[in-house]
Design a protein around this ligand. Structure first.
Ligand code: DGY
Length: 331
């Protein structure tokens, strides 16, 4: 790529410094210095003149926006694993390639999933909050105080056994959980054997038999409200639901009802249906210790975010070198 051919790359959010420095070297990079989320109008204006758009999960790149893209826009190189916020079909119709950043955030997201699996039944947030509250006078250890529920020896049902689901399974096995999973396709016999995993063709049947449900599938039209009111009610009253994938996969209103009615024991959530808005009923349940809520931070490590930036750069460079970018998302 010569100096004159540098593509104009519009980046919607502030990225790690090291990534931005590299982008400035390689591209005619338009950065978001103060990290203010861009309006739809600002995105439309950027897409009218740029060669590449680098959105994140907070941008809604819908068909209407894509229709307004100028003739120069050839690539949407998303700084994200999930691309449910991008209308990939509409992009394909306009001849725009879409890429994402898979694999590099797998381990960190799986760590956060396990953190929630541990935090909810063992009441970590409640316990820590007690000592963080200066008004509280801790009377000391007591046999019946802060009792949670044991994790080892229980069953986890993983919904979506891709990279992240498999990484969750590895960790869960190490914590003494037996692995159950539901996926569109069965994983290899070697992976099943290594994880001693049980495959459930029927999600309904798996939900009724496990103690933890971990949502790790992508958000697509087919997985919207996959964990519907009916399915949530199949779960055992002693079971927990953890979602580090996307809010829309779980019917949040139904989940709230199940938690309030004691149909399930608790939930750990990192993602929500209407981010960044959080349903106040969930906040109330958090105050009651029934749920642990995190602000979409599964991939929030410096390492993941730098690696995601590297992937974006590789995808852009490969594309402008005339090759198929490694992380192309097919419609
Ligand atoms: C993703 O990339 O899809 C995560 O949800 C945010 O990093």
């Amino acid at each position: 790529m010569t100096q004159r051919q540098k593509p104009t790359v519009y980046i919607t959010r502030k990225l790690p410094d090291i990534v931005e420095t590299r982008m400035r070297e390689l591209f005619d990079a338009e950065l978001n210095i103060d990290d203010t989320p861009r309006s739809q109008e600002a995105l439309a204006a950027a897409m009218a003149h740029a060669d590449v758009l680098v959105p994140t999960v907070t941008d809604r790149i819908d068909a209407g926006l894509i229709e307004q893209a100028g003739p120069r826009l050839k690539l949407i190189a998303s700084f994200s694993n999930g691309v449910d916020n991008i209308d990939v079909d509409a992009a394909a119709r306009r001849g725009i390639t879409v890429t994402n950043t898979p694999a590099v955030l797998t381990e960190d997201t799986a760590d956060m999933t396990l953190a929630l699996i541990l935090a909810v039944p063992r009441r970590l947030v409640e316990g820590a909050a007690i000592l963080a509250d200066r008004r509280h006078d801790w009377a000391g250890w007591s046999p019946n105080w802060m009792l949670g529920r044991r994790i080892s020896g229980k069953r986890i049902g993983i919904v979506g056994m891709g990279r992240i689901g498999t990484a969750v399974a590895r960790r869960a096995k190490a914590f003494g959980l037996s692995i159950h999973y539901h996926n569109r396709h069965r994983v290899s016999a070697e992976t099943e054997a290594a994880l001693e995993a049980t495959y459930w063709d029927s999600l309904d049947q798996m939900l009724a038999r496990v103690d933890f449900v971990s949502v790790n599938c992508p958000s697509t039209p087919a997985t919207y409200h996959l964990l519907s009111a009916r399915r949530l009610q199949l779960m055992q009253p002693t079971s927990y639901l953890v979602n580090t994938a996307r809010g829309g996969i779980v019917d949040e209103t139904a989940l709230i009802a199940c938690l309030r009615e004691g149909r399930i024991a608790g939930a750990g959530l990192d993602v929500y249906e209407n981010e960044p808005a959080i349903n106040p009923k969930l906040v109330k349940l958090a105050a009651e210790g029934k749920v642990v809520l995190l602000p979409h931070m599964g991939s929030a490590t410096l390492e993941s975010r730098v690696d995601m930036g590297e992937k974006v750069i590789i995808n852009i460079r490969t594309f402008f070198d005339g090759h198929r970018p490694p992380d192309r998302v097919l419609p």
